[in-house]
Design a protein. Structure first.
Length: 326
């Protein structure tokens, strides 16, 4: 699959997730097989660009390309300016957020709230495409609510405006992340446009990825929550899509090493204090399915020192390995 001049191989993409897809996580997912990783949502409000949060979200130092940055807002010219700003900072693909269901985003008529105003969406697409020399993509839901699934109409307008690829999450804004994703709307979008379409929603393993691609005709899949604590899912999906191979599950020692490398990257990126805090959710995700994880989590979540946190994780996986070998 191509997005503009960029060949996305394999066609397995890490979704933008606020508070999750920072540079350390993106780089780990690329290392473990993702064909593209999209940044956390960045604001189009220029008054916030100087904040530490915004600075970190546009930090791409050492990151393999193509660099994809998602922007969020409601005003065409503000979004165009944000696109230009991020391209100047190294972005090679700009993604417009039409999918976030969060109240704080939708109450300012951004994210998936924009799906209520198709004319505004068309103006946004036209303004952002005209503003930058890089491909512009759009990530959306099937509609604002279940009575108004208008993804096909928006997809046609976006493609006409020059959008280079479309991602569709198989839920409405009303659905949030509840229930089961539906893929009929994604299939209808694929039939309606000639640009690449990326299927998103409940893709949690290799078999599901292939089934969704077959059902929808989509060109690629995007993985979100299933990658939390399991970044090796990308290489598993990629291998299965390529030739039907089922990769063996990674060993506990390998998972432990990936987590330790991830922690080191977080400490370096954020500094020790914030790095320890950000690391906690990742530790919980990596370890939640492991034996004795509940007791371990109670102990490790209280640690405020990076060295102590790292040692606790190393010891936990060492003991798990010994138990597995016994």
């Amino acid at each position: 699959m191509f997005i503009g001049p960029h060949h996305i191989v394999p066609p397995v993409i890490l979704a933008p997730m606020a508070g999750v897809t920072d540079r350390p996580f993106r780089m780990l997912c690329r290392q473990l097989g993702a064909g593209l990783c999209v940044s956390e949502m960045t604001t189009a409000d220029a008054t916030l660009w100087a904040t530490e949060k915004s600075r970190l979200r546009r930090d791409h130092a050492g990151e393999p390309g193509p660099i994809a940055v998602q922007i969020a807002g409601y005003d065409p010219q503000m979004l165009a300016a944000a696109a230009r700003f991020n391209v100047a900072q190294g972005a090679e693909i700009i993604d417009i957020n039409l999918g976030c269901p969060a109240k704080k985003v939708c109450r300012v008529d951004a994210g998936s709230a924009l799906m209520r105003d198709e004319a505004l969406v068309a103006r946004i697409c036209e303004a952002v495409v005209a503003a930058v020399p890089v491909p512009v993509t759009l990530k959306m839901r099937t509609g604002y609510d279940r009575q108004h699934r208008n993804a096909v109409s928006i997809a046609r307008q976006a493609a006409d405006a020059g959008i280079a690829a479309l991602t569709v999450h198989g839920r409405t804004r009303e659905d949030q992340y509840e229930g089961v994703a539906e893929y009929d709307t994604i299939a209808a979008v694929k039939q309606a446009v000639t640009v690449p379409v990326i299927a998103n929603g409940d893709i949690d393993g290799p078999e599901k990825a292939r089934a969704v691609l077959a059902y929808t005709g989509a060109d690629a899949v995007m993985i979100a929550r299933a990658a939390q604590g399991r970044p090796w899912i990308f290489r598993e999906v990629a291998a299965y899509l390529e030739d039907g191979r089922t990769l063996p599950s990674p060993s506990l020692a390998q998972i432990g090493q990936w987590l330790l490398d991830h922690l080191d990257a977080l400490y370096a990126f954020y500094g020790e204090g914030r790095g320890v805090r950000v690391a906690r959710k990742h530790i919980q995700w990596y370890c939640q399915a492991a034996p004795q994880s509940a007791a371990f989590w109670v102990a490790v979540r209280r640690l405020d020192d990076a060295g102590a946190q790292r040692r606790a994780v190393a010891e936990f996986f060492h003991h798990l390995g010994l138990q597995q070998a016994a």
